[in-house]
Design a protein around this ligand. Structure first.
Ligand code: BGC
Length: 373
């Protein structure tokens, strides 16, 4: 599915080389709701950039990382922007998009809640001459001009390999594996599953592992994830490893395991390197997470958005195939990194989480042990 991976350095170079300036005048510098900064004084003022984030519950990342890094990039460039969060509401998502366009957005960047509603938003924006970017999640059958994300199959592969590593460390014999997948309407969840199943399926087939319950969690809802996992464990009390698709789902699993005093005995995976996920790793309750350097993702996407807002036509050298729309979407895809107890410090050193937020209370000693100073 993936045609080319572009490092961020290469993306930046491609962007600088491929710019075709078309001018573009936007006289309106009036402030918009929530975090709008005025355009830098100059002749051709860039247009406004609208960003719609999906929710604040399926992962801590959207509000704690993506919003922050996008905001920083837009402020530094002096462009007008409006970042809003649809809070999981598909109707609100459409309304926000309409309002952004009415208020003069010339670039719209979205993290869809599902491909169907995402497509409606993108198509409408396009028909009104608004440039569009799919951020993190590809809208299948959609019309975004660009897609910026991570190599999501690789993310899943790292999770699969991580679970194998932790089960090997525990010398697990013919472990029964439960899979708790992300939202069935998120194309990323499909890619993550392709990635981890490419590692786990051969082990099921050879009899080295036994396939246990395998279920998707609607909207990545952490509360539902807890209920689903509780049922899994009732149905199959000998579950010995859990592939949880992100840190939120992983934490829901860990909470259930804690009630049965099974935490730490059964490896659980995750994704996003959230403070909670990293603390679960430090505590020994979570086996690994996948760190996606969201600053790089936000930087790549905002560079594209800023160029588009200036009326330029940025070029990127990668592309991703959208099987539903049967088209290649110009893309920037970044590399994810697996995180275990020993390299939690990499996430801190990269500035993604601070020692202060991570090494609180009971985690202080664990931080020292993990070399976080
Ligand atoms: C993102 C993950 C996130 C999940 C839930 C996915 O599309 O790639 O980083 O954990 O959505 O929000």
């Amino acid at each position: 599915m993936r045609k080319g991976i572009l490092s961020i350095g290469a993306a930046a170079a491609a962007l600088t080389l491929g710019l075709t300036a078309c001018g573009g005048e936007s006289g309106d510098t009036s402030a918009q709701s929530g975090g709008t900064s005025s355009a830098a004084a100059g002749d051709a003022k860039p247009g406004k950039i609208g960003v719609i984030l999906p929710d604040s519950k399926s992962s801590a990342r959207w509000e704690s990382a993506d919003r922050k890094y996008l905001e920083e990039a837009f402020k530094a460039a002096g462009v007008q922007y409006d970042i809003q969060n649809a809070q999981g509401d598909k109707t609100a998502f459409q309304t926000i998009a309409d309002q952004m366009i009415t208020n003069g957005a010339t670039v719209l960047m979205i993290v869809n809640l599902d491909s169907g509603t995402g497509k409606a938003v993108l198509d409408k924006a396009k028909s009104q001459g608004v440039a569009t970017i799919d951020y993190d999640r590809l809208t299948l059958g959609g019309s975004a001009a660009y897609y910026v994300s991570f190599d999501n199959t690789k993310v899943g592969q790292l999770q699969g390999e991580g679970l194998v590593k932790c089960l090997t460390d525990k010398k697990a014999d013919k472990p029964i594996i439960a899979e708790l997948n992300g939202s069935p309407t998120d194309n990323n969840a499909t890619l993550f599953k392709q990635g981890y199943d490419s590692v786990l399926e051969p082990k099921y087939k050879s009899g080295e592992y036994k396939k246990g319950p395998d279920q998707s969690v609607p909207d990545w809802d952490n509360t539902q994830a807890g209920t689903i996992f509780e049922q899994m464990l009732t149905q199959e009390p000998k579950i010995a490893g859990v592939l949880a698709a992100n840190d939120g789902l992983g934490n829901a699993v860990i909470s259930v395991l804690k009630k049965q005093k099974l935490n730490g005995k059964i490896p659980v995976t995750g994704q996003d390197a959230t403070v909670q996920g990293l603390q679960n790793i430090l505590a020994g309750d979570q086996c690994m997470t996948v760190y996606k350097a969201i600053k790089k993702e936000a930087d790549a996407a905002s560079q594209l958005a800023i160029a588009l807002a200036k009326g330029e036509k940025p070029q990127v050298s990668g592309s991703v195939h959208d099987p539903e729309g049967n088209r290649d979407v110009p893309s920037v895809l970044l590399e994810p990194q697996a995180i275990y107890f020993d390299n939690v410090k990499d996430v801190v050193n990269d500035g993604f989480v601070t020692k202060d937020e991570l090494c609180t209370g009971e985690f202080a000693d664990k931080c020292t042990e993990a070399g976080i100073s």
